[in-house]
Design a protein around this ligand. Structure first.
Ligand code: JBK
Length: 234
């Protein structure tokens, strides 16, 4: 998968050099391009924002550098033979990100992330790019961030680990929270007793049927208690 990022903080993405994703890049499973939006400005101060038409607090990102940066990335994709890239703008006004969306996006050949700052990007950037590529506005959740960078990082981690060969043990992909629509059961390891706290005896019983039933019950109990919204109406 080819991933391109447009941002005014390219240094943020140096963490993608390490860990699982870093190894996936070295193995050639993920190709990453990080682009500084300010490289597409032509004034002395490398200005990327301005006051909003119609008034209001905060600044809006001007369309020209965004248009040039995205044109350049989409052109390079075409020249490389990368087919049909999807462009994602992290935004509190977008559709909510989910494991299902991560699953869907992990099958894309190329994703471009546009990280806005300030009060957002001039709407014409989204409107224009929509005429050239598939575009999605995606939200990580209903809280306020300073920009799209951290949301992009979270999406890249969620998507990247679903790419075949990126996570060493594919079984660990199926057993986690959200992959079956329920929260995870609690996990224990050695020692069997610690600070007066015992591992639930069923886990030491060797009875695989009883263990599976107990884990299922724990998943349901946790989900009912903290995330009833995840349960089917019944
Ligand atoms: C938020 O993706 N988001 O959720 C997001 C992106 C940019 C700014 C934000 O406040 N929530």
């Amino acid at each position: 998968m080819r991933i391109d990022i447009v941002t005014i903080f390219p240094e943020f993405f140096s963490v993608l050099d390490v860990s699982l994703l870093g190894r996936a890049r070295q193995a050639g499973r993920i190709q990453l391009g990080v682009h500084d939006l300010r490289d597409y400005t032509y004034d002395r101060h490398r200005t990327v924002d301005d006051t909003p038409y119609g008034g209001g607090a905060g600044m809006v990102m001007r369309p020209e550098p965004w248009g040039d940066a995205l044109d350049s990335i989409l052109y390079a994709d075409e020249a490389r033979g990368t087919v049909d890239p999807i462009v994602i703008f992290p935004s509190p006004a977008g559709e909510l990100f989910s494991q299902a969306m991560a699953q869907e996006l992990s099958t894309e050949a190329a994703i471009v992330f546009g990280c806005g700052r300030y009060e957002g990007i001039d709407q014409r950037v989204v409107d224009y790019v929509s005429t050239r590529a598939r575009v999605r506005l995606v939200s990580m959740g209903d809280y306020v961030l300073n920009g799209g960078e951290i949301a992009t990082m979270a999406m890249i981690e969620a998507i990247g680990r679903l790419i075949p060969g990126v996570v060493g043990n594919p079984a660990s992909l199926v057993e986690e929270s959200h992959s079956d629509g329920l929260l995870e059961y609690p996990s224990y390891t050695k020692p069997a007793q610690w600070r007066g706290l015992d591992v639930p005896p069923v886990l030491l019983s060797g009875n695989h049927g009883a263990i599976a039933a107990w884990r299922r019950e724990m998943q349901l109990e946790r989900t009912r208690r903290v995330r009833p919204d995840l349960l089917p109406p019944a």
